[in-house]
Design a protein around this ligand. Structure first.
Ligand code: CO
Length: 497
């Protein structure tokens, strides 16, 4: 077959896959926002049906044969199509390595595990979840064997979230990061400011006011109703339904500062999604290069911008009257308060990566077989005590706190730390290229920042590997020292050391 015919076929099947996936994303969005409770079972069936259709199309011989033919005829292709073919080949090759029975077993196991995790978390009882997690770990070890990338077995799991990243690279890098964070925390904790700090909770006089403000916030970042929605859900998330249709959610039940920062976080994801190259829509290139890059965009807005002084110098007058807050310094210190909490999603910026490194170390131990699932609560609590100086009172605020393992997400957590580091590297570079960026933020003018991110990151979609993209923009690969320097600069000012 001629190259063009193959390309047409590949694009046709990719489009079908995307339409199914986007339909499923819409069902998923509805499930977490407006769906009536009793519809849960039917919805699960609908979504599982769509995902099996997607899987079928993805591993179909029609698609793989055409991809293989073009892989051998690369000279006939445009640069962009070469990259697309390589990416498709790798994706299908990996999917095909997993036997059908294995995929079904994993899907069945995780769906049961998810319910048992919910129950275990509610009842604060790890034993309810234990046997399910054991099964998942077994299956994940098997998956790593099937895929069998070079080096550490965990690489085969990590690669699905952070393509090209390896344990060999990440382990020493995280070890260095962990030690530096612990050193920085010791400095912060020895200051008078830290010893005298008092957490305040700020709440809204009404839900309506609260919601109005978060809506206003996304608008002032330049997101409009033309291609974007903001709704409520228990856990905030972002989902892309298609071209010009990105949705985020927020939660307004837990005080105003938390929902402000989580809204800015999700808005960062949304801006990324909305700026993906239109010409790549319905192809594997219409994506982020990795989960780490995705998270770098959200954490950049949430932390580097949304928790910066000039940002709140601009917004504080707008919230002060509405929410009866009068002390700017207090507000600013509170949203940046460093405190050794047990819960990852409530963590401050300094502790955050420690939460991730703890999970990474445990995941490695589980996949290597050096850690037994039975011992997890004990190991978790020991690590919490060592790194944070606090011990969870029960498993719900310890090993059971996150949903991810019940869903079979092993190799995913590291991307949160990678994203935080990338965000600091990008911020560092942005400040070099755009002088006085603080003044833009102080004026509530984000145009230059948004344009920079679009030019440097978003416009490439998934055409460049994450590490190469960061090297291209910042001149070096993943570098935790830049992140540590960012933390030192910011927190030495707040905590005066
Ligand atoms: Co995120």
């Amino acid at each position: 077959m001629a190259a063009q015919q193959d390309l047409d076929l590949i694009n046709k099947i990719q489009k079908e896959i995307f339409i199914l996936a986007q339909t499923s994303a819409l069902l998923g969005w509805d499930q977490q926002t407006y769906m009536p409770k009793k519809a849960a079972e039917t919805r699960a069936e609908q979504m599982s049906f769509l995902s099996s259709l997607i899987h079928e199309k993805m591993i179909s011989d029609d698609l793989f044969d055409a991809v293989k033919r073009l892989k051998d005829k690369k000279q006939d292709l445009l640069e962009r199509d070469k990259i697309m073919i390589e990416k498709l080949y790798k994706e299908i090759w990996k999917a095909k390595k997993l036997p059908k029975e294995f995929v079904e077993e994993l899907s069945k196991t995780t769906s049961l595990a998810h319910n048992s995790w919910k129950k275990a978390k509610k009842e604060k009882e790890f034993n309810i979840f234990k046997s399910h997690l054991k099964k998942i770990v077994e299956l994940k070890r098997k998956e790593a064997e099937y895929i069998n990338l070079q080096g550490h077995p965990y690489n085969s799991l990590l690669d699905s979230f952070e393509e090209g990243m390896t344990v060999e690279n990440l382990k020493p890098l995280f070890e260095n990061l962990k030690n530096q964070i612990i050193g920085l925390l010791e400095k912060i904790e020895s200051t008078e400011t830290y010893k005298n700090q008092k957490e305040e909770s700020y709440s809204s006089p009404s839900k309506k006011l609260h919601l109005e403000f978060v809506h206003g916030l996304t608008k002032s970042l330049g997101l409009t109703e033309e291609d974007f929605r903001l709704d409520l859900s228990e856990h905030p998330f972002t989902t892309s339904i298609g071209l010009n249709d990105t949705r985020i959610t927020t939660n307004i039940e837990k005080g105003i500062s938390k929902s402000f920062s989580s809204t800015i976080h999700e808005a960062g994801h949304a801006m990324h999604a909305l700026n993906l190259p239109q010409e790549d829509h319905y192809t594997i290139l219409w994506d982020s290069p990795s989960y780490g890059i995705s998270e770098s965009q959200s954490r950049f807005w949430e932390n580097m911008i949304g928790k910066s002084k000039p940002f709140w110098q601009y917004y504080f007058p707008k919230i002060a009257k509405k929410f009866n807050i009068n002390d700017f310094e207090n507000w600013f210190k509170n949203i940046n308060m460093v405190s050794p909490g047990k819960i990852r999603i409530e963590s401050d910026e300094v502790h955050y990566c420690l939460h991730i490194i703890l999970r990474f170390e445990i995941e490695l131990g589980l996949i290597e077989g050096a850690i037994n699932v039975e011992d997890l609560p004990k190991i978790w609590n020991e690590k919490m005590e060592n790194y944070f100086g606090v011990i969870p009172e029960n498993d719900s605020e310890g090993v059971l706190q996150d949903v991810h393992w019940s869903e079979g997400y092993f190799g995913y957590f590291p991307t949160y730390a990678i994203g935080s580091i990338y965000a600091a590297q990008l911020y560092n570079q942005l400040k070099r290229e755009i002088l006085n960026v603080g003044e833009d933020i102080y004026k509530g003018d984000f145009k230059r920042i948004k344009e920079w991110l679009k030019e440097k990151i978003h416009k490439y979609g998934a055409k460049i590997l994450a590490e190469d993209l960061i090297k291209q923009v910042c001149g070096e690969p993943l570098n935790p020292d830049v992140f540590i320097q960012y933390l030192k600069n910011k927190y030495s000012e707040i905590y005066q050391f």
